[in-house]
Design a protein. Structure first.
Length: 285
């Protein structure tokens, strides 16, 4: 009898190893039916569905995962899935008068949802530039399509999103890139709902082992850039640049030092009122 496991993540090239693993039957060998769902709305919606028990596992932005679990989301972090930083593009509309990062101070930021990566990283951007956080303005737009509408119709001024996923919109003239903002920590982390983890520890271990194995093997695929370009609507030359900047995680250990650094940044940003010790954020398998 198969065990159904529901997992979600953003429909982006970072999560391609999961689709490759499913296609190769990596989970079925353990009697696991892994049901993947794409979440264009990003971290905020994923966290809500974890809390509502609509998902058993989720691949979340690291800052979003730390914030959610620290605030009481009944989940724990398993391991990073992407070791390299996420390179956020800071975008405005093509017709906007904004010309550089300094000019976005005090403007309206389009965000997919409060608590999402686009929201949290906009705050990080402000902190890096010593801008007062109480001067920031927000517009929830749900997803990338919502951001495109908001920026082209001048409902918002700025939008932060992964630079290669937005590059087609820059190339077509819907967005203009003002600058880049790399996260000061690894990009994505695998998270498990607590009660699912307690009920199915072996299944979680099997899934973890297989995805880490696929991620260790994947860059040896000579067709990888072509497959990613076709699947995600990107130019192959852009994918090659992205692959050179990206490291999928190969190890299961989480660094408490790295997680504490994320928590400290979120505390400084006003996202957290206090810090949960890193060891309490991490799943005990």
């Amino acid at each position: 009898m198969e065990t159904i496991v529901r997992i979600g993540g953003v429909p982006e090239h970072f999560n391609y190893p999961w689709h490759k693993a499913k296609a190769e039957g990596r989970f079925e060998r353990y009697g696991i039916s892994l049901q993947w769902s794409d979440y264009p709305g990003g971290t905020g919606v994923l966290v809500q569905d974890l809390a509502d028990k609509k998902l058993d596992l989720a691949v979340l932005l690291t800052e979003g995962a730390v914030a959610a679990v620290s605030k009481g989301c009944p989940a724990r972090l398993l391991h990073f899935t992407v070791r390299s930083p996420l390179i956020w593009g800071v975008h405005t509309g093509t017709a906007s008068s904004l010309q550089d990062i300094e000019s976005i101070k005090g403007k309206t930021f389009a965000i997919s949802r409060f608590g999402s990566g686009s929201h949290l990283m906009a705050i990080v951007q402000a902190l890096l530039n010593d801008w007062p956080l109480d001067h920031m303005h927000w517009l929830e737009v749900k997803n990338l399509e919502g951001a495109k509408k908001a920026l082209t119709e001048n409902q918002a001024d700025v939008f932060l999103w992964e630079r290669f996923m937005t590059k087609p919109l820059v190339d077509e003239g819907s967005f203009r890139l003002l600058g880049l903002l790399p996260t000061p920590w690894p990009s994505f982390v695998l998270v498990a709902r607590e009660d699912f983890l307690v009920a199915h520890p072996d299944i979680v271990k099997y899934i973890s082992t297989e995805i880490l194995s696929v991620q260790e093997e994947i860059k040896n695929d000579p067709d990888l850039s072509f497959v990613l370009a076709k699947r995600y609507g990107l130019k192959q030359q852009d994918v090659l640049v992205w692959l050179n900047q990206t490291t999928w995680e190969k190890k299961s250990a989480l660094s408490e030092v790295e997680l504490d650094a994320v928590s400290q940044s979120l505390l400084k940003a006003g996202v957290l009122e206090d810090i949960m010790p890193a060891k309490k954020l991490i799943a005990a398998l």
